[in-house]
Ligand binder design. Structure first.
Ligand code: SF4
Ligand code: SF4
Length: 351
């Protein structure tokens, strides 16, 4: 079932962006992202000077969504410890080019060093984004979160994969829609999403199945109308994100016998226009144990950034992130998830 407002994707933005007229079948070679970049004259994919550090504090989450590329859930034990969090802050202090700190998980708020990271990054004058699943705000002991976000001027990127209860709960579990709406109301009451408040509240849509997101701008208008009319909820922007064929979502596709079909969909909608804006070009992803990655997807695929002799780079063998400029980015078949159709990143569509 598709979410309300979503259509079966045929991406047709313009001549350059039109999907391949010859639809390739699912062979392992056709899933080679580097081959596709070369064919488009866009290889190699290299880093620019990093401007964002995205910190994945661990895999603990109060939910266990079907599409989760992190494989997060209530039983996961991986979590960032204080020495790692302190090292992140040390690097931020030393590297002024990292203007944005983007905190994710799991549910990042469940990590014992969450407040430390937010408060110290803000004290250093950094823009702080938290990727919040909304329902975490209603857990016992987490009632402080709304005020904490507001007082620290945290920007929120909140999961809301549909404006329809049925679709949200199909992906994220029973009761999640009602709780998410309640959390959004709390945030709106605090000023989040309201014009002029300076408290940014973005929502995230991702497909409930094996298809590409619809056009971000159109879906945003539908969300605004539906959430406003039904619940009085306001927000700043809707970000559409493609489901990545990694971990739980990949296994789900395999169980349903749709992995090959989904990969072909991504490959056949490769859009060269998206490559310029790929988030891995400007972002460094930090794992809970301090290893560095080109993005959170590579982190979950266990593809670290490596030094000249092939050892994974960590927070302890890099002085500042500017030295990553010019390095080749590690790619794999899942990269097609970022370049299909209108493209996809933690900041939404790219084209
Ligand atoms: S998608 Fe987000 S809310 Fe859902 S299990 Fe994964 S980390 Fe938790
Ligand atoms: S998954 Fe996307 S963001 Fe990560 S390296 Fe590949 S193209 Fe870049």
């Amino acid at each position: 079932m598709r979410p309300a407002g979503a259509t079966k994707i045929r991406y047709m933005a313009g001549k350059k962006d039109t999907p391949r007229s010859v639809v390739r079948s699912a062979t392992s070679n056709s899933f080679d992202f580097d081959v596709e970049l070369k064919r488009s004259g866009l290889a190699p994919l290299v880093r620019r000077e990093p401007t964002t550090v995205q910190i994945n504090v661990g895999r603990l989450c109060n939910q266990a969504c079907h599409h989760c590329h992190v494989d997060a859930g209530p039983k996961r034990t991986e979590r960032m410890a204080r020495p790692v969090a302190e090292r992140v802050i040390d690097i931020l202090r030393r590297d002024p080019s990292l203007g944005t700190v983007d905190i994710t998980g799991g549910a990042p708020e469940l990590n014992e060093n969450f407040r430390f990271l937010v408060e110290n990054a803000r004290a250093l004058g950094r823009r702080v984004i938290v990727r919040c699943n909304l329902t975490v705000m209603l857990l016992q002991g987490m009632e402080y979160l709304g005020n904490f976000y507001r007082d620290n001027r945290v920007e929120l990127v909140c999961s809301m994969p549909c404006h329809s209860k049925e679709n949200v709960e199909r992906q994220r579990g029973s009761g999640v829609f009602t709780k998410s709406v309640e959390a959004l109301r709390i945030l709106n009451e605090l000023g989040y999403g309201r014009p002029g408040s300076g408290l940014r509240l973005d929502l995230v849509y991702n497909p409930v199945g094996a298809f590409l997101p619809p056009q971000q701008k159109h879906l945003e208008a539908t969300y605004r109308e539906e959430l406003g009319r039904s619940f009085g909820i306001v927000f700043d922007h809707l970000l559409t994100i493609t489901n990545m064929p990694i971990n739980r979502f990949a296994r789900q596709l395999e169980i349903e016998g749709k992995k090959s079909e989904y990969m072909s969909l991504l490959v056949n909608h490769f859009n060269p226009v998206t490559v310029e804006g790929l988030m891995c070009r400007d972002l460094v992803s930090v794992g809970y144990e301090g290893t560095l990655y080109d993005c959170d997807f590579n982190q979950m695929a266990a593809m670290p950034i490596r030094d000249q002799v092939g050892r994974p780079l960590t927070l302890w063998n890099i002085h500042d992130m500017r030295s990553l400029r010019g390095r080749a980015i590690a790619t794999a078949a899942h990269c097609f998830g970022c370049t299909a159709g209108a493209g996809s990143s933690c900041g939404g569509s790219l084209a």
